[in-house]
Design a protein around this ligand. Structure first.
Ligand code: NAD
Length: 306
């Protein structure tokens, strides 16, 4: 039957898979035949502390499914440790086929109060972490002439949100990383795609609830379970996605979106070139017809999840 054991024989590293979206992706990959390195540092949503329990529990759940898994408790933000995650996959299962960059933390704060630490910690886990694991796997992917990268981006970066300059920059950076990987590694049969998920997890639980409108919004988000993201990730990791690379898919409950990527919308030119005055008089009035409003994610995804 189509869809059954789609990942038979494959080995996946899923970062931050002790909880939330990562956990469900690891479980579904295992259910479809993959052996999995379950990486999770086990920190708080803000990235403090460590706890081995979440990763250990997912490993035993995967074993219960009849597949195999090993736990890894290191931080994706550490380049050597990320190298170790890929090495652990090779040592335990003989290969690496799939890297899912999912580990993440939030340090939400309005921009003028954002500290260097808030910035660095979020960039290091999301953007640097995604580079670290990808770079570690890239050498082997090239040698074996195959491999699939799946990175978690966010509409906080692709569209916008309040109080998330660090996270938005990291997540839009990840979209750039994914596209670059897709371009650089196509010649080796390696693919790279992004998922922009919407799901209730403890990470979303950190959204401050200031009023009734926000409380109602959070109630709706709670209906979107993390397990709904996993089927797209399993597909993207499989041979059936051979022609799918360099794309960004939004996944929200029972909806799947192909997200846009930046292209010129409109242009103006003057044979003699521009002065600041002619930019003001001619260029801007013409381009302004196509300006984007200062949208946040929820302004664009303005209907309830299906
Ligand atoms: P989550 O907090 O439930 O899970 C993230 C996991 O990553 C945690 O178990 C955490 O311990 C682990 N982690 C954090 N830092 C780590 C590190 N340095 N090394 C290894 N593991 C680490 O969050 P989630 O909602 O499941 O988020 C998963 C991914 O999806 C994140 O990249 C997040 O930015 C992205 N995302 C989620 C949503 C959503 O609606 N939940 C929306 C957009 C993007």
């Amino acid at each position: 039957m189509a869809g059954e054991k789609m990942l038979e024989g494959k080995v996946a590293l899923v970062t931050g898979s002790g909880r939330g979206i990562g956990r469900d992706m690891a479980l579904m990959m295992a259910a479809h035949g993959a052996r999995v390195v379950v990486n999770d540092l086990g920190g708080t949503a803000g990235g403090e502390g460590e706890d081995r329990t979440p990763a250990m529990e997912v490993v035993s759940e995967i074993k219960d499914l009849g597949s195999d898994a090993v736990a890894n408790y290191d931080s994706v933000a550490d380049f050597q440790a990320a190298e170790g995650m890929v090495q652990q996959a090779v040592d335990a299962f003989g290969r690496i086929d799939i890297v899912v960059n999912n580990a993440g933390i939030l340090r939400d704060v309005i921009f003028h109060k954002m500290t260097e630490e808030d910035w660095d910690s979020v960039i290091n886990v999301h953007l640097k972490g995604s580079f670290n694991t990808s770079r570690a796997a890239a050498t082997r992917f090239r040698e074996q002439q195959s491999g699939a990268f799946i990175h978690m981006t966010s509409t906080s970066g692709l569209i916008g949100n309040f109080g998330q300059a660090n996270y938005a920059a990291a997540k839009l950076g990840i979209a750039g990383l994914s596209k670059s990987l897709a371009l650089d590694m196509e010649r080796f049969g390696v693919r790279s795609n992004c998922i922009s998920p919407f799901a209730w997890s403890r990470m979303i639980g950190t959204i401050p609830i200031a009023d009734e409108t926000q409380a109602a919004r959070v109630e709706k988000i709670k209906q979107m379970v993390p397990a709904k993201i996993a089927p797209v990730a399993v597909f993207l990791a499989s041979e059936q996605a051979a022609n799918v690379t360099g794309q960004i898919f939004g996944v929200r409950n029972n909806e799947i979106f192909l997200m846009g990527q930046s292209r010129p919308l409109r242009s103006v030119h003057r044979g003699e070139g521009w002065t600041p005055e002619t930019v003001a008089e001619h260029a801007m009035p013409s381009l302004a017809a196509s300006f984007y409003p200062l949208d946040r994610s929820q302004d664009v995804f303005s209907w309830d999840p299906v």
